[in-house]
Ligand binder design. Structure first.
Ligand code: S3P
Length: 185
């Protein structure tokens, strides 16, 4: 039984869609950042502030290793997790990678006033965001086996259902998600 790794930019809805996906399928949901925070005993901004991004990335890679040893999990990865090729490879070998694709203007609006993402706490926030978005999207796309859109006008549960339909056509997952028919409109 493989894992489903949800990837995508900060604020794209990995946790929201992931929770729906887990509740529909009965799989276990785990948020990678929460695992990192639990193990470190500090919040993400605290880790960045006290030890720097490199240390956060090291902890993130450790979490990726731990998660890749598990099975049957829906994992909301952190926005930078699959940017590291070694993490992406671990995810690929232990499951499937799904990109939650959201247009930049929608994410910008969603993250307005958010202070929990250290990478965006820059003086020129919008410019920083757009540069990072442009740099990362091709990497997410290259890593992903499947892509779903998560715009504001579609409820997360429907996005999860759409994703299940896609996954069900994949032989690797047809057994895993076999009993989810009743939830699909
Ligand atoms: C990061 C995304 C964050 C968190 C950290 C770094 C990134 O997770 O892991 O702030 O590099 O994109 P979310 O994508 O859940 O916001």
């Amino acid at each position: 039984m493989k894992n489903i790794y949800l990837c995508g930019f900060m604020g794209c809805g990995k946790s929201t869609v992931g929770n729906e996906l887990a509740s529909i399928t009965g799989m276990e949901f785990i948020d990678m950042d929460e695992l990192i925070v639990q193990r470190a005993g500090m919040t993400v901004p605290e880790i960045f502030e006290r030890f720097g991004e490199a240390e956060f990335r090291r902890l993130e890679s450790e979490a990726a290793k731990l998660l890749s040893l598990k099975s049957g999990m829906v994992v909301a990865t952190g926005g930078g997790a699959v940017i590291n090729g070694a993490n992406a490879e671990l995810f690929r070998r232990s499951g499937m990678i799904v990109l939650i694709d959201v247009p930049p203007e929608v994410i910008l609006h969603r993250l307005e006033g958010d202070t929990t993402r250290p990478l965006l706490n820059a003086p020129e926030r919008k410019k920083t965001f757009l540069e990072l978005y442009a740099k990362r999207m091709p990497v997410y796309r290259a890593a992903a086996d499947f892509t779903v859109c998560n715009r504001n006008d579609v409820p997360a549960r429907e996005v999860a259902q759409e994703l299940i339909k896609m996954l069900k056509n994949d032989t690797q997952f047809s057994t895993l998600l076999g009993n989810s028919d009743e939830f699909i409109k």
